[in-house]
Design a protein around this ligand. Structure first.
Ligand code: ATR
Length: 306
């Protein structure tokens, strides 16, 4: 589907942005601008390189400039937590902010996203959300056709992305969760947190002693073609999993996904997760259902050139 032509930028154009460092390769502007164009909205989305020590300044600046919303990517998702005026339950529960909604009071005194109001009077506050965690579960269902509830899952990585994924999968009701991380103590800390917050989930660190339905890679291994696999496949062969999900979306096929495909696993990369987190942010800002297929087409074309 070809996105419709953009409405020309005018004095009324509403603005959103993504802040990150580095940011030059972000595919979010292509995805969101295709969404705005498809719905005929006079909105634009830009990417801004923001150093971590400038994050607060940048957020306050966007608020002063009347921006409707901001996405945050590496390295800002944890740093932003204490900077928000209000945290949505999603941000508190999954421990990170990837979407900021600027809100102002409407004539009835209700806090409403500024993108859904014509005239903004009075103070504007920042509300932090997390749309990443739900996006993972949705993408596992849509792209791997595997239901996380009741599943046995091996999760690779216990950094920021790994922690949010582990907590969200536990909340979804996976049966068993194995956490594998280079720094074993971080996997253990996360396992302890899950055992406390989600006592019904059987959580362990290290390699599984059984087959699993899903392996999820939440490490950064695979971004570079020279990276080793994030899993010792001599000790735990990939054919012991039904599906392998890699949160990395560029390259489209990481060495892990290639190896998994070659032994017959279902595979999916992180494009679906990127799409669904973006679609949820789009709806929070605009109040409109996101045109998923147009956004997906723009994302795939931007990321993989087809
Ligand atoms: P993110 O927010 O993307 O999760 P992060 O918090 O820096 O970023 O986490 C990166 C993850 O990739 C961690 O699980 C990290 O392992 P450590 O906790 O041991 O640092 C993992 N990772 C990064 N480089 C790695 C490497 N060379 N070998 C194994 N794991 C690596």
């Amino acid at each position: 589907m070809t996105p419709s032509a953009h409405r020309p930028i005018s004095a009324q154009t509403r603005l959103c942005a993504v802040f990150g460092a580095p940011i030059r390769h972000s595919a979010s502007p292509a995805m969101h601008n295709a969404g705005f164009a498809t719905l005929g909205l006079d909105w634009r989305y830009v990417a801004c390189e923001v150093a971590p020590e400038r994050l607060m300044e940048a957020l306050v600046g966007a608020r002063s400039l009347g921006f409707c919303g901001v996405n945050l990517t590496v390295p800002h998702k944890l740093l932003a937590l204490p900077m928000m005026d209000v945290l949505d339950d999603s941000a508190t529960t999954w421990g990170a902010v990837n979407t900021v909604v600027f809100e102002a009071e409407d004539p009835e005194g209700m806090w409403v996203p500024v993108g859904r109001q014509r005239e903004i009077r009075g103070p504007v506050r920042m509300r932090g959300h997390n749309t990443d965690a739900d996006a993972l579960v949705q993408s596992l269902r849509d792209d791997l056709a595997i239901e996380p509830r009741g599943a046995r899952v091996l999760l690779l990585g216990a950094g920021g992305a790994g922690r949010a994924a582990a907590l969200r999968l536990a909340d979804e009701g996976v049966n068993n969760l194995w956490l594998l991380n280079r720094t074993e103590s971080k996997a253990q800390e996360l396992a302890d947190e899950i055992a406390e917050r989600f006592p019904a989930v059987e959580v362990q660190t290290g390699l599984p002693d059984s087959d699993v339905e899903i392996i999820v890679n939440a490490t950064s291994l695979g971004l570079k073609s020279t990276d080793p696999l994030p899993l010792p496949t001599d000790l735990y062969p990939l054919r012991r999993a039904d599906g392998v999900y890699d949160m990395i979306y560029r390259p489209a096929e990481t060495p892990l996904l290639r190896a998994a495909r070659e032994v017959g696993c279902r595979t999916a990369n992180g494009t679906g997760m990127l799409l669904h987190q973006g679609a949820a942010a789009f709806t929070l800002w605009t109040g409109c259902a996101a045109p998923l297929e147009a956004m997906r087409a723009a994302l795939v074309s931007e990321l993989h050139g087809h």
